[in-house]
Every structure is written in structure tokens, then in C-alpha cells.
Design a protein around this ligand. Sequence first.
Ligand code: SF4
Length: 407
Amino acid sequence: MGSRLQLAQCTPDQASLPQNEASGISPFLPEQVPVKGVYLHVPFCRHRCHYCDFYTIAGREEAFEAYVERLLDEILASAAVLQGPLETVFIGGGTPTILPPGLLKRALDGVRTALPVGTNCEWTVEANPETVTEACAEALAAGGVNRVSLGAQSFHPERLKTLERQHDPSTVGRSLDRLRQAGIEQLSLDLIFAIPGQTIEQWDADLTAALELGIDHISAYSLVYEQGTPLTRRRDRGEVTPIEEDVEAAMYEHAISRLAEAGMVHYEVSNWAREGAACRHNLLYWANEDWWAIGPGAAGHVQGVRWKNLPRLAAYLEGTGLPRITVPEQLDEDGRIGESFMMGLRLLEGMDRERVESLLAGGNRAQVRHAAIEGRVASGHLAWEADRLRLTPTGLMVADSIIMDLL
Ligand code: SF4
């Protein structure tokens, strides 16, 4: 994006990348960093799903213990610079719950004892259904976790096979039972639609199955063919046929109406929650707040600087303290304005007029953005309601293109 001013552009293989503290995030930030959230990455999975482009590694069980030791070291280094109180902690992956319960608990204890975790902190861990044993659920609860986001994706065995997921649909309910028995009540399911071969009836059955499990949050994303994934190569070889765009749009519309009927609030383009159960950590992202990143591949954002920890397990395990990073960037004014629109409009509550007007008053693209908003209001994709600018139901269907106009 042309409006972005790069502070530095480092790749892991650049010989010029310093091997010392200067290759970390510290030079770009003040000595003490106030943040509201922390994201911690666990880059291990049992198997790599065919659509996945996250930083994760299949197998490598022998590295789990060393990884947790290194995490504890990074947590202590982070504690020296972070100011809380933390309102959210999010442990994602990969599959954090692939760690044996004892190691998982050590990592959680490390976070809780070293970092400035606030009293009412939302503490989420991502999990895959096949990894949630009783011991795992107990370790999560004992470690302070109060919310789990479970990767169900589909309840149809054939669709799970297309995605190369490892679990049987029946494990989702069993995992939720175990988490509830351990005392974790805030439970979310991830679902994917527009999977090759999927029909609207199957998608409806997935939504119904999810709702019957009594969870309070659903994230539903359409399948994306990310560059370089096995699924995309299979598509390119003609082995899988993507769902047609109008069917995909119908599936999204169906999710909106089906989940509304069930009393879920559609609060973000891809997220629904029961009253009061919206994911507070993701709300930090959408409000462009500051959060810290721990673990290789984790991305952080503080005071306009975005960075990503180097996604290299070996380099991470060899290092100490704060990890090396790639691509720190600082947005210029236009970049910050565009990003504020991108984040703000993803929320169904939209953006208040005062905020929109103050954003439109700055940057070099004010006229272009003004015209884009007027055009989208005229076409019915955006609307002013109760002094807030929001995506309309038809705008939701093309949210990405509206947001691109405003970047
Ligand atoms: S479980 Fe999640 S992180 Fe792991 S490979 Fe599958 S999609 Fe990627």
C-alpha cells in the first residue's frame, strides 16, 4: 500500500539484519509500553490443514519443552517493558492445546505471574477439538483461562476431510463438555463456509449443530484460497472446485439470518455473540488499540508501530529475551486513517459521525475518501443511522471492496 511508510523492512535472510537487541522491537518503542492486550503464539499442530497459511509446524513434539522454556524467558523480558493492566490475553496458534497439560500450565502460570494481568482479564485459548482432554481442560482452567475458541470448522465429515481436518465432528461436543466441567463457560466455535462440495443445506446443518451446543460466540469465515497452500494447488490442478460466488454470498446471508433468529448479535463482519459475549481481544484489534506479541510469528501493534516476531522456530529457540522481528512498520497519517476506517467499519455498530469527520479532515486522500463514502451511501452499501456510519446488509456482502476504497 503506497500510503505506508516503512520504518524498516527486514527479512530473516537479509545479511544486514543485526543479530543483537537492535533486531528486536525495542528500538522502535518507548522504554515502558502501556498495552491492553497480549497475543501469545504456539506454532505447533498435529497436522497441517490444507487451507492453512498460519505460521505453524506439524510434529516437533520433541521441541515442546524447549519452546515453553523459551516462552517463559520471553515473557519475563516482556514483563520488564510492559505496563498493564492487561484487559485481554489471547493464546493462539497453531494449536496451543497440543502442548501436554503440564507444559501448558507452566506457560499459563508464567503469563499470570509475570505479566500485569488485570483482575477482569478475558483470557482466551484457541483449541482444536481432538486435543481437549480432561487434563487439558483442567490445566486451562487452573491456569486462569476463562474463554476457549474451538476450531470446529464443520460438522460434516466429508467437508472436514476436504479441509484435511483431523477431528471427528462428535469430538466438538465432548470437548465443550470437558471445558464446562472444568469451569470454562465462555465458549466460541469457528466455522468455515464455501468449502468445496458444500451445499446450503449442509451449511445450515453446521449452524444448527453449533447453536445446539449452547456456545455464546461464533466466528464464521468463508474459505480463502491462500497463496502457496496445498488446497490452492489442488484448486489450480482442477482437483477441487471452489463454490460459486453467488452461492458463497447466499451462505453468508443465511448465516446472518439463521444466527439472528437464534438471538446471536452480529457484531463484526464475521463474528456473532450472545449479549455481552463479544471477544474483547478481537475488539482491541478492531478499535486499533495497542497489544503486545509473544512467540515466533506473533504480530504486535503499539503506538502506531506494527511488527511481527521472526517466524523461525530454530532462531527463536536459540535466542534469549525479546525475539528478533521482521517488517516493523509505522503508518503515516494516510495509512492510520485508512486503517481506522478498515477496522471501524468491520464492526456492525459502525463509526460515529464525529470520528468519521475527524478522519476525513486529515491525510492526502481526504477528497477521495469523502467521495468514496458518498458514493457508497448513494449505492446503499453504507448508511448513516443515528449519526453513525455503518455497513448496510448489502454493504456487508462487499465489505472488503468498500474498505479497500477507504484505505
Ligand atoms: S489446526 Fe489451525 S493452525 Fe493448525 S494447521 Fe489447521 S488451520 Fe492451521
